[in-house]
Design a protein around this ligand. Sequence first.
Ligand SMILES: *Cc1c(COP(=O)(O)O)cnc(C)c1O
Length: 398
Amino acid sequence: MLETADAIIAAEARHTAGVYPKRPLVIVGGQGARVWDIEGRAYIDCVGGQGAANLGHAHPAVVAAVTEQAARLITCPEIFYNDRRAALLSALTAAAPPGLTRAFLCNSGAEAVEAAIKFARVSTGRTNVVAAMRGFHGRTFGALSATWEPQYRRPFEPLVPGFRHVPFNDAAALAQAIGPDTAAVLLEIVQGEGGVRPADPAFLHSAQALCRERGALLIVDEVQTGFGRTGRLFACEHFGIEPDLMAVAKSMAGGLPMGACLIGERVGELPKLSHGSTFGGNPLACAAALATLEVICNEGLVERAAVHGAYLLERLRGLDSPFIRDVRGLGLLVGIELKTRVTPVLQGLQARGVLALPAGATVLRLLPPLVITRDDLDLVVAAIRDTLDELVSHATEE
Ligand SMILES: *Cc1c(COP(=O)(O)O)cnc(C)c1O
Protein backbone atom coordinates (compact mmCIF):
# COMPACT_ATOMS: atom_id res chain seq x y z
CA MET A 1 0.00 0.00 0.00
CA LEU A 2 1.37 3.39 -0.98
CA GLU A 3 0.16 5.17 2.13
CA THR A 4 3.32 5.89 4.07
CA ALA A 5 6.31 7.99 3.12
CA ASP A 6 8.57 4.93 3.31
CA ALA A 7 6.37 2.86 0.97
CA ILE A 8 6.09 5.68 -1.56
CA ILE A 9 9.82 6.38 -1.53
CA ALA A 10 10.59 2.67 -1.92
CA ALA A 11 8.18 2.29 -4.86
CA GLU A 12 9.60 5.30 -6.68
CA ALA A 13 13.15 4.25 -5.98
CA ARG A 14 12.51 0.76 -7.34
CA HIS A 15 10.87 1.83 -10.61
CA THR A 16 12.18 5.27 -11.52
CA ALA A 17 14.82 5.77 -14.20
CA GLY A 18 17.02 7.05 -11.41
CA VAL A 19 18.35 10.17 -13.10
CA TYR A 20 17.33 12.55 -10.31
CA PRO A 21 19.12 13.08 -7.02
CA LYS A 22 16.11 13.07 -4.68
CA ARG A 23 15.27 14.39 -1.24
CA PRO A 24 13.45 11.94 1.06
CA LEU A 25 10.32 14.04 1.21
CA VAL A 26 6.87 13.09 -0.14
CA ILE A 27 4.94 16.20 -1.20
CA VAL A 28 1.21 15.60 -1.59
CA GLY A 29 -0.48 19.02 -1.55
CA GLY A 30 -0.04 22.74 -1.98
CA GLN A 31 -1.81 26.05 -1.57
CA GLY A 32 -0.33 29.40 -2.56
CA ALA A 33 3.33 29.51 -1.53
CA ARG A 34 3.01 26.52 0.83
CA VAL A 35 3.28 22.78 0.16
CA TRP A 36 2.86 19.97 2.64
CA ASP A 37 4.19 16.47 2.96
CA ILE A 38 2.35 13.22 3.56
CA GLU A 39 2.68 13.65 7.33
CA GLY A 40 0.96 17.02 7.08
CA ARG A 41 4.07 19.10 7.70
CA ALA A 42 3.95 22.44 5.83
CA TYR A 43 6.85 24.09 4.00
CA ILE A 44 7.36 27.52 2.46
CA ASP A 45 8.00 26.61 -1.15
CA CYS A 46 11.01 28.47 -2.57
CA VAL A 47 11.48 25.66 -5.11
CA GLY A 48 8.26 26.84 -6.75
CA GLY A 49 8.04 23.87 -9.09
CA GLN A 50 11.58 24.81 -10.26
CA GLY A 51 10.05 27.96 -11.67
CA ALA A 52 6.75 26.47 -12.87
CA ALA A 53 4.69 27.73 -9.92
CA ASN A 54 4.74 31.52 -10.28
CA LEU A 55 1.02 31.55 -9.44
CA GLY A 56 1.49 29.34 -6.41
CA HIS A 57 -0.27 26.05 -5.90
CA ALA A 58 -3.97 25.38 -6.50
CA HIS A 59 -4.69 28.86 -7.83
CA PRO A 60 -8.51 28.93 -8.16
CA ALA A 61 -8.43 30.54 -11.62
CA VAL A 62 -6.18 27.78 -12.98
CA VAL A 63 -8.20 25.07 -11.23
CA ALA A 64 -11.41 26.45 -12.76
CA ALA A 65 -9.96 26.86 -16.27
CA VAL A 66 -8.49 23.35 -16.28
CA THR A 67 -11.62 21.73 -14.84
CA GLU A 68 -13.90 23.44 -17.32
CA GLN A 69 -11.69 22.78 -20.35
CA ALA A 70 -11.03 19.16 -19.35
CA ALA A 71 -14.77 18.52 -19.50
CA ARG A 72 -15.07 20.25 -22.90
CA LEU A 73 -12.00 19.29 -25.00
CA ILE A 74 -8.52 18.21 -23.88
CA THR A 75 -6.83 17.34 -27.14
CA CYS A 76 -7.04 18.87 -30.61
CA PRO A 77 -4.09 18.61 -33.01
CA GLU A 78 -2.88 21.70 -34.83
CA ILE A 79 -4.25 20.43 -38.14
CA PHE A 80 -7.48 21.98 -36.82
CA TYR A 81 -8.24 25.37 -35.33
CA ASN A 82 -9.41 25.77 -31.72
CA ASP A 83 -11.04 28.60 -29.74
CA ARG A 84 -8.77 28.38 -26.67
CA ARG A 85 -5.61 28.23 -28.80
CA ALA A 86 -6.67 31.24 -30.86
CA ALA A 87 -7.35 33.21 -27.68
CA LEU A 88 -4.00 32.22 -26.15
CA LEU A 89 -1.99 33.06 -29.29
CA SER A 90 -3.62 36.49 -29.41
CA ALA A 91 -3.07 37.18 -25.69
CA LEU A 92 0.51 35.83 -25.65
CA THR A 93 1.73 37.79 -28.67
CA ALA A 94 0.00 40.94 -27.36
CA ALA A 95 1.82 40.58 -24.02
CA ALA A 96 5.21 39.70 -25.57
CA PRO A 97 8.03 42.15 -26.37
CA PRO A 98 7.48 44.15 -29.58
CA GLY A 99 7.70 42.31 -32.89
CA LEU A 100 7.03 38.81 -31.55
CA THR A 101 3.77 38.37 -33.42
CA ARG A 102 3.75 34.60 -33.95
CA ALA A 103 4.30 31.58 -31.69
CA PHE A 104 4.94 27.86 -31.94
CA LEU A 105 3.32 26.05 -29.00
CA CYS A 106 5.00 23.05 -27.38
CA ASN A 107 5.25 21.29 -24.02
CA SER A 108 8.50 22.17 -22.26
CA GLY A 109 11.44 24.52 -22.12
CA ALA A 110 13.80 22.27 -24.03
CA GLU A 111 11.24 21.94 -26.81
CA ALA A 112 10.86 25.71 -27.00
CA VAL A 113 14.64 26.04 -27.36
CA GLU A 114 14.74 23.24 -29.97
CA ALA A 115 12.09 25.07 -31.98
CA ALA A 116 14.05 28.34 -31.77
CA ILE A 117 17.24 26.64 -32.99
CA LYS A 118 15.44 24.93 -35.88
CA PHE A 119 13.63 28.13 -36.90
CA ALA A 120 16.92 30.07 -36.78
CA ARG A 121 18.62 27.53 -39.01
CA VAL A 122 15.82 27.20 -41.53
CA SER A 123 15.23 30.93 -41.72
CA THR A 124 18.89 32.03 -42.08
CA GLY A 125 20.13 29.03 -44.08
CA ARG A 126 23.09 29.00 -41.63
CA THR A 127 24.09 26.27 -39.20
CA ASN A 128 25.99 27.65 -36.21
CA VAL A 129 24.88 28.83 -32.78
CA VAL A 130 26.81 30.89 -30.25
CA ALA A 131 25.75 30.39 -26.63
CA ALA A 132 27.24 31.43 -23.28
CA MET A 133 29.37 29.70 -20.71
CA ARG A 134 27.26 28.72 -17.68
CA GLY A 135 24.17 28.87 -19.92
CA PHE A 136 21.42 26.30 -19.43
CA HIS A 137 18.91 25.58 -22.19
CA GLY A 138 17.63 22.05 -21.56
CA ARG A 139 18.61 18.43 -22.06
CA THR A 140 17.42 17.34 -25.51
CA PHE A 141 20.19 17.14 -28.09
CA GLY A 142 19.86 20.60 -29.63
CA ALA A 143 19.21 22.32 -26.31
CA LEU A 144 21.95 20.26 -24.65
CA SER A 145 24.40 21.34 -27.34
CA ALA A 146 23.71 24.93 -26.30
CA THR A 147 23.96 24.09 -22.59
CA TRP A 148 27.41 24.66 -21.17
CA GLU A 149 27.77 22.42 -18.10
CA PRO A 150 30.22 19.64 -19.09
CA GLN A 151 28.66 17.18 -16.60
CA TYR A 152 25.40 17.29 -18.60
CA ARG A 153 27.06 17.23 -22.01
CA ARG A 154 30.00 14.86 -21.85
CA PRO A 155 28.20 11.50 -21.51
CA PHE A 156 26.24 12.25 -24.69
CA GLU A 157 28.86 13.49 -27.09
CA PRO A 158 29.00 13.86 -30.02
CA LEU A 159 26.32 16.54 -29.77
CA VAL A 160 24.90 18.68 -32.56
CA PRO A 161 27.81 20.28 -34.47
CA GLY A 162 28.20 24.04 -34.86
CA PHE A 163 27.70 25.16 -31.25
CA ARG A 164 30.25 27.22 -29.35
CA HIS A 165 30.31 29.02 -26.00
CA VAL A 166 31.72 32.43 -25.13
CA PRO A 167 32.10 33.90 -21.63
CA PHE A 168 28.80 35.43 -20.46
CA ASN A 169 28.91 39.25 -20.44
CA ASP A 170 32.01 39.35 -22.69
CA ALA A 171 30.94 41.44 -25.69
CA ALA A 172 34.37 41.28 -27.35
CA ALA A 173 34.38 37.47 -27.29
CA LEU A 174 30.87 37.45 -28.70
CA ALA A 175 31.89 39.80 -31.51
CA GLN A 176 34.73 37.42 -32.39
CA ALA A 177 32.47 34.38 -32.36
CA ILE A 178 29.70 35.59 -34.69
CA GLY A 179 30.66 34.75 -38.26
CA PRO A 180 29.01 34.28 -41.65
CA ASP A 181 27.79 30.80 -40.63
CA THR A 182 26.20 31.98 -37.38
CA ALA A 183 22.46 31.35 -37.47
CA ALA A 184 21.82 32.56 -33.93
CA VAL A 185 23.13 33.83 -30.63
CA LEU A 186 21.28 32.12 -27.76
CA LEU A 187 21.31 33.76 -24.31
CA GLU A 188 19.49 33.88 -21.00
CA ILE A 189 18.77 37.33 -19.57
CA VAL A 190 19.53 36.03 -16.09
CA GLN A 191 21.43 32.75 -16.05
CA GLY A 192 19.31 30.62 -13.74
CA GLU A 193 20.83 27.15 -13.37
CA GLY A 194 24.24 28.71 -14.01
CA GLY A 195 24.18 30.49 -10.64
CA VAL A 196 21.58 33.32 -10.86
CA ARG A 197 23.74 35.71 -12.88
CA PRO A 198 22.03 38.71 -14.49
CA ALA A 199 23.38 39.86 -17.87
CA ASP A 200 25.10 43.22 -18.28
CA PRO A 201 22.78 45.53 -20.21
CA ALA A 202 25.69 46.53 -22.49
CA PHE A 203 26.37 42.88 -23.33
CA LEU A 204 22.75 42.27 -24.32
CA HIS A 205 22.65 45.41 -26.43
CA SER A 206 25.83 44.52 -28.27
CA ALA A 207 24.51 40.98 -28.82
CA GLN A 208 21.39 42.45 -30.39
CA ALA A 209 23.35 44.94 -32.53
CA LEU A 210 25.89 42.33 -33.67
CA CYS A 211 23.12 39.92 -34.68
CA ARG A 212 21.39 42.59 -36.75
CA GLU A 213 24.63 43.73 -38.38
CA ARG A 214 25.78 40.25 -39.30
CA GLY A 215 22.51 38.59 -40.29
CA ALA A 216 22.24 36.28 -37.28
CA LEU A 217 19.15 35.95 -35.08
CA LEU A 218 19.02 36.74 -31.36
CA ILE A 219 17.32 33.96 -29.39
CA VAL A 220 16.50 34.81 -25.80
CA ASP A 221 15.79 31.92 -23.42
CA GLU A 222 13.15 33.19 -20.98
CA VAL A 223 12.08 29.73 -19.87
CA GLN A 224 12.93 30.56 -16.24
CA THR A 225 12.70 34.37 -16.31
CA GLY A 226 9.35 34.69 -18.11
CA PHE A 227 5.85 35.36 -16.81
CA GLY A 228 6.68 37.91 -14.15
CA ARG A 229 9.49 36.15 -12.32
CA THR A 230 12.01 39.02 -12.58
CA GLY A 231 9.61 41.90 -11.95
CA ARG A 232 8.74 42.45 -15.62
CA LEU A 233 6.46 40.14 -17.60
CA PHE A 234 9.57 39.13 -19.60
CA ALA A 235 13.08 39.91 -18.43
CA CYS A 236 14.11 41.44 -21.79
CA GLU A 237 11.82 44.34 -20.95
CA HIS A 238 14.25 45.45 -18.22
CA PHE A 239 16.81 46.16 -20.93
CA GLY A 240 14.69 47.09 -23.95
CA ILE A 241 15.89 44.00 -25.80
CA GLU A 242 13.79 42.87 -28.77
CA PRO A 243 14.75 39.28 -29.55
CA ASP A 244 14.05 37.61 -32.89
CA LEU A 245 13.04 34.38 -31.15
CA MET A 246 12.07 33.87 -27.51
CA ALA A 247 11.70 30.55 -25.69
CA VAL A 248 9.27 30.41 -22.76
CA ALA A 249 7.83 27.55 -20.68
CA LYS A 250 7.96 26.82 -16.91
CA SER A 251 5.21 29.08 -15.46
CA MET A 252 3.45 29.63 -18.76
CA ALA A 253 0.41 27.46 -17.98
CA GLY A 254 0.15 27.77 -14.22
CA GLY A 255 2.22 24.63 -13.69
CA LEU A 256 0.86 22.45 -16.50
CA PRO A 257 3.47 21.36 -19.04
CA MET A 258 3.63 23.95 -21.80
CA GLY A 259 6.23 25.93 -23.72
CA ALA A 260 6.32 28.30 -26.64
CA CYS A 261 8.76 29.73 -29.13
CA LEU A 262 7.78 33.30 -29.99
CA ILE A 263 8.80 34.49 -33.42
CA GLY A 264 9.80 37.96 -34.62
CA GLU A 265 9.79 39.79 -37.91
CA ARG A 266 13.38 38.95 -38.87
CA VAL A 267 12.37 35.28 -39.02
CA GLY A 268 10.78 34.68 -42.39
CA GLU A 269 7.82 32.49 -43.18
CA LEU A 270 8.52 28.97 -41.94
CA PRO A 271 8.10 26.07 -44.35
CA LYS A 272 5.05 23.86 -43.78
CA LEU A 273 5.95 20.65 -41.89
CA SER A 274 9.33 22.06 -40.84
CA HIS A 275 8.33 21.45 -37.20
CA GLY A 276 5.45 20.08 -35.15
CA SER A 277 4.24 18.47 -31.92
CA THR A 278 1.36 16.11 -31.11
CA PHE A 279 0.53 17.76 -27.79
CA GLY A 280 1.62 21.26 -28.84
CA GLY A 281 -1.17 23.82 -28.53
CA ASN A 282 -3.58 21.40 -26.84
CA PRO A 283 -6.72 23.18 -25.60
CA LEU A 284 -6.21 22.12 -21.97
CA ALA A 285 -2.77 23.74 -21.68
CA CYS A 286 -3.99 26.74 -23.70
CA ALA A 287 -6.89 27.28 -21.29
CA ALA A 288 -4.51 27.05 -18.33
CA ALA A 289 -2.06 29.48 -19.97
CA LEU A 290 -4.81 31.99 -20.73
CA ALA A 291 -6.00 31.87 -17.13
CA THR A 292 -2.38 32.26 -15.98
CA LEU A 293 -1.78 35.38 -18.09
CA GLU A 294 -5.01 36.90 -16.78
CA VAL A 295 -4.06 36.20 -13.16
CA ILE A 296 -0.56 37.64 -13.63
CA CYS A 297 -2.06 40.86 -14.98
CA ASN A 298 -5.20 41.14 -12.80
CA GLU A 299 -3.47 40.33 -9.52
CA GLY A 300 -0.47 42.57 -10.17
CA LEU A 301 1.99 39.68 -9.84
CA VAL A 302 4.64 41.38 -11.98
CA GLU A 303 4.78 44.42 -9.68
CA ARG A 304 4.63 42.07 -6.71
CA ALA A 305 7.71 40.22 -7.95
CA ALA A 306 9.55 43.53 -8.37
CA VAL A 307 8.65 44.87 -4.92
CA HIS A 308 9.01 41.60 -3.00
CA GLY A 309 12.19 40.74 -4.90
CA ALA A 310 13.82 44.06 -3.99
CA TYR A 311 12.75 43.55 -0.37
CA LEU A 312 14.13 40.01 -0.27
CA LEU A 313 17.47 41.09 -1.79
CA GLU A 314 17.76 43.90 0.74
CA ARG A 315 17.00 41.60 3.70
CA LEU A 316 19.47 38.98 2.46
CA ARG A 317 22.18 41.60 1.86
CA GLY A 318 21.67 42.63 5.48
CA LEU A 319 22.55 39.15 6.77
CA ASP A 320 25.89 39.03 8.48
CA SER A 321 27.42 35.62 7.81
CA PRO A 322 30.98 34.63 6.97
CA PHE A 323 29.49 32.04 4.58
CA ILE A 324 27.88 34.56 2.21
CA ARG A 325 30.03 35.61 -0.75
CA ASP A 326 27.40 37.44 -2.81
CA VAL A 327 23.65 38.04 -3.01
CA ARG A 328 22.22 38.75 -6.46
CA GLY A 329 19.07 38.45 -8.52
CA LEU A 330 16.30 40.18 -10.37
CA GLY A 331 12.75 40.23 -9.01
CA LEU A 332 11.97 36.98 -7.25
CA LEU A 333 14.79 35.08 -8.96
CA VAL A 334 17.36 35.29 -6.18
CA GLY A 335 20.73 33.63 -5.62
CA ILE A 336 23.00 33.57 -2.59
CA GLU A 337 26.54 32.55 -3.47
CA LEU A 338 28.07 30.77 -0.50
CA LYS A 339 31.66 30.13 0.53
CA THR A 340 30.60 26.58 1.28
CA ARG A 341 28.68 23.79 -0.43
CA VAL A 342 24.97 24.42 -0.72
CA THR A 343 23.65 20.92 0.10
CA PRO A 344 23.92 21.17 3.93
CA VAL A 345 22.28 24.58 3.74
CA LEU A 346 19.36 23.14 1.76
CA GLN A 347 19.01 20.41 4.38
CA GLY A 348 19.11 22.94 7.22
CA LEU A 349 16.42 25.01 5.52
CA GLN A 350 14.22 21.96 4.98
CA ALA A 351 14.49 21.10 8.68
CA ARG A 352 13.26 24.65 9.35
CA GLY A 353 10.30 24.31 6.98
CA VAL A 354 11.72 26.02 3.89
CA LEU A 355 12.32 24.30 0.54
CA ALA A 356 14.93 25.87 -1.76
CA LEU A 357 17.08 25.00 -4.77
CA PRO A 358 20.76 24.92 -5.64
CA ALA A 359 22.16 26.61 -8.76
CA GLY A 360 25.50 24.85 -9.06
CA ALA A 361 27.51 23.59 -6.09
CA THR A 362 27.68 26.78 -4.01
CA VAL A 363 24.67 28.93 -4.94
CA LEU A 364 21.41 28.80 -3.00
CA ARG A 365 18.53 29.69 -5.33
CA LEU A 366 15.12 30.98 -4.26
CA LEU A 367 12.21 30.74 -6.72
CA PRO A 368 9.15 31.37 -4.52
CA PRO A 369 5.70 31.69 -6.07
CA LEU A 370 5.05 35.35 -6.87
CA VAL A 371 2.01 35.23 -4.56
CA ILE A 372 4.26 34.71 -1.52
CA THR A 373 3.58 37.11 1.37
CA ARG A 374 6.11 39.41 2.98
CA ASP A 375 5.63 37.50 6.26
CA ASP A 376 6.67 34.28 4.53
CA LEU A 377 9.70 36.04 3.02
CA ASP A 378 10.68 37.14 6.54
CA LEU A 379 10.42 33.52 7.69
CA VAL A 380 12.63 32.43 4.77
CA VAL A 381 15.28 35.03 5.65
CA ALA A 382 15.18 33.96 9.31
CA ALA A 383 15.57 30.30 8.32
CA ILE A 384 18.58 31.14 6.12
CA ARG A 385 20.12 33.21 8.94
CA ASP A 386 19.62 30.40 11.49
CA THR A 387 20.93 27.72 9.11
CA LEU A 388 24.08 29.70 8.34
CA ASP A 389 24.59 30.52 12.05
CA GLU A 390 24.36 26.84 12.87
CA LEU A 391 27.03 26.11 10.23
CA VAL A 392 29.29 28.68 11.87
CA SER A 393 28.92 27.07 15.31
CA HIS A 394 29.63 23.64 13.80
CA ALA A 395 32.72 25.01 12.06
CA THR A 396 34.06 26.54 15.30
CA GLU A 397 33.44 23.30 17.23
CA GLU A 398 35.60 21.34 14.79
C1 LIG B 1 14.41 24.88 -17.10
C2 LIG B 1 15.06 25.56 -18.25
C3 LIG B 1 15.08 24.98 -19.53
C4 LIG B 1 14.56 23.59 -19.80
O1 LIG B 1 13.20 23.48 -19.57
P1 LIG B 1 12.55 22.00 -19.46
O2 LIG B 1 11.07 22.30 -19.38
O3 LIG B 1 13.09 21.37 -18.25
O4 LIG B 1 12.90 21.28 -20.70
C5 LIG B 1 15.63 25.71 -20.56
N1 LIG B 1 16.13 26.94 -20.36
C6 LIG B 1 16.14 27.53 -19.14
C7 LIG B 1 16.71 28.89 -18.98
C8 LIG B 1 15.62 26.85 -18.04
O5 LIG B 1 15.65 27.42 -16.84
